[in-house]
Design a protein around this ligand. Structure first.
Ligand SMILES: C[S@@+](CC[C@H](N)C(=O)[O-])C[C@H]1O[C@@H](n2cnc3c(N)ncnc32)[C@H](O)[C@@H]1O
Length: 235
């Protein structure tokens, strides 16, 4: 696995974060050292595919990147299922297409354009946060409309907090997690500058309210570590 050194030298200008070739090359290392609990989030994708996929239905991985979740959907889906993995980064999609998963179609597309139909499992693992907040409810409603009764949406996000003290404490703990995984203060600061206009977090409460508003029946936050949380929502 290639090591993420993208922000290790001082940059004269820190541009907005992009999921380009440089990021795709180091992405597994980047996400493992940046997102506390990432491996726990992934393990639930496999478990949910096993539990909630129904024979003959579709499973979606929206914002699939290199397919860490896609592979688990492909492995654990019920018989006669299709997995549809979608990302609008050519760098990510081209690498995932090389993996040749038997039951998976990998599509280069904006997830706002993806047709969702006959879905038993939908995964949005750290993807919704990159959409403009004003467009998120439409996407979640569109997903809900394409899901079968009893289907499962797994939503993982970076979250923020209403209280400034909670926000400060959780941010500090997240940065300490990154330091303990080898990122320098310079890397942490430059990555933060790069991503702050691209990744707009919302509170966990806002996510739960939106999911309930569009018609998910059972909405349960099942995991949180500092500024990252994961919700299971049943249709
Ligand atoms: C943090 S990564 C997701 C990680 C991945 N789900 C995993 O679990 O390993 C976010 C991904 O969402 C993709 N993305 C962001 N906005 C998108 C959009 N509007 N349509 C499709 N993909 C999008 C990015 O290209 C990127 O690959």
């Amino acid at each position: 696995m290639s090591e993420d050194r993208i922000y290790s030298v001082p940059l004269s200008h820190v541009g907005d974060f992009e999921f380009d070739d440089a990021v795709a090359d180091v992405f597994p290392d980047m996400i493992r050292r940046s997102v506390p609990g990432y491996s726990t989030m992934l393990s639930m994708i496999g478990q949910c595919a096993h539990q909630f996929s129904v024979a003959g239905t579709n499973l979606y991985d929206l914002g699939c990147s290199l397919g860490a979740g896609t592979v688990l959907l492909d492995q654990h889906a019920a018989r006669d299922c299709r997995v549809i993995a979608v990302d609008n980064s050519e760098a990510m999609v081209s690498r995932l297409q090389e993996r040749q998963l038997n039951r998976t179609d990998v599509i280069l597309q904006d997830i706002r354009e993806t047709k969702i139909e006959n879905a038993s499992v939908v995964v949005l693992n750290l993807t919704l946060q990159f959409l403009p907040p004003a467009e998120r409810t439409d996407l979640i409603r569109h997903i809900a409309d394409g899901m079968n009764s009893g289907g499962a949406l797994l939503l993982s996000e970076k979250v923020c907090f209403d209280g400034p003290e909670q926000q400060g404490l959780m941010t500090q703990l997240h940065h300490e997690f990154k330091r303990s995984h080898g990122y320098s203060d310079l890397e942490i600061a430059q990555k933060r500058t790069a991503i702050e206009n691209r990744l707009i977090p919302e509170t966990l409460e806002a996510h739960v309210a939106r999911l309930e508003q569009v018609g998910f029946q059972t909405v349960t936050p099942w995991f949180q570590c500092f500024t990252f949380a994961s919700i299971l929502a049943l249709r």
